[in-house]
Design a protein around this ligand. Structure first.
Ligand code: ADP
Ligand code: ADP
Length: 227
């Protein structure tokens, strides 16, 4: 398990003529095993926060500490799940999930196969191993993406509106499955959504980002008692 501490994160997009301050001095600690949702209106900087914590973009200012150590760039300590699944269309379900294991250098091909199969089963896709993404529903594609990420066992999961493209019924089923998986695996989670009900259902704590960074000196937090 891992604690994530964000210290004074600022990010400015500088694209020539205009610069946009997408994050303004954001500080937040997510305890080991805690599920934190970040909510807020479109454009307030939620995705930017996730890209920065994921190591895909460097913050203009500030630090990210994982268990007290400052990190830069992506790493297998953090697994990322996006709304658009980001599966390889030319790879089967099995090949997509196995690809996740490439990053961690698992030894034998049997071991890779067994681990991939374990997570395919865990997300309920037994029997679909040889299918390609275009043969799957949106919910199934997201299950593959979840399996691919879980397969290399990151301590931290970063999710950006993972259920945003799904119909209500599929979303509810996946939310419940995700909660079960998270309870089993004790991941530390940063979950981005604009859906406050989803955040309340899933999270231990909700952090609200405001639209105009700089004007807000407060970070509103809501603690949820899930018991
Ligand atoms: P300092 O003055 O030392 O730069 P502040 O006292 O202004 O810091 O604190 C900024 C606080 O506002 C931090 O807790 C930070 O996480 C929070 N914050 C920054 N940007 C936002 C935002 N867009 N929405 C909500 N809270 C924010
Ligand atoms: P959210 O995920 O909450 O909708 P984003 O993090 O996507 O917010 O965007 C925050 C702000 O940064 C917005 O004003 C957005 O237009 C701007 N922004 C996002 N990506 C870029 C980019 N690559 N270049 C310039 N501005 C950007």
């Amino acid at each position: 398990m891992s604690t994530v501490a964000l210290e004074d994160l600022t990010h400015v997009y500088d694209s020539g003529a205009e610069s946009v301050k997408a994050l303004d001095d954001v500080s937040l600690t997510i305890d080991s095993g805690e599920f934190v949702s970040v909510v807020g209106p479109s454009g307030c900087g939620k995705s930017t926060l996730l890209y920065v914590v994921g190591g895909f973009i460097d913050p203009t200012h500030g630090r990210i500490l994982v268990d007290g150590t400052s990190i830069t760039g992506p790493g297998t300590d953090r697994g990322v799940i996006f709304q658009e699944y980001a599966l390889y269309p030319w790879k089967s379900v099995m090949e997509n999930v196995k690809f996740g294991l490439k990053h961690v250098g698992t030894d034998s091909t049997e071991e890779v196969e067994a681990t991939a199969q374990k997570y395919i089963s865990r997300v309920g896709l037994d029997g679909h191993e040889d299918k390609y993404p275009k043969e799957l529903s949106g919910g199934m594609k997201q299950r593959v993406a979840i399996a691919r990420t879980l397969a290399y066992d990151p301590k931290i999961l970063l999710m950006d509106e993972p259920f945003g493209a799904l119909d209500d019924q599929t979303r509810e089923i996946l939310q419940r499955d995700l909660l079960d998986i998270c309870n089993e695996t004790q991941k530390t989670i940063l979950f981005i959504t604009h859906d406050i009900e989803e955040a309340a259902f899933l999270s231990d704590r909700i952090v609200v980002m405001s639209t105009q960074p700089g004007t807000s000196k407060e970070q509103f937090e809501v603690n949820i008692d899930q018991s």
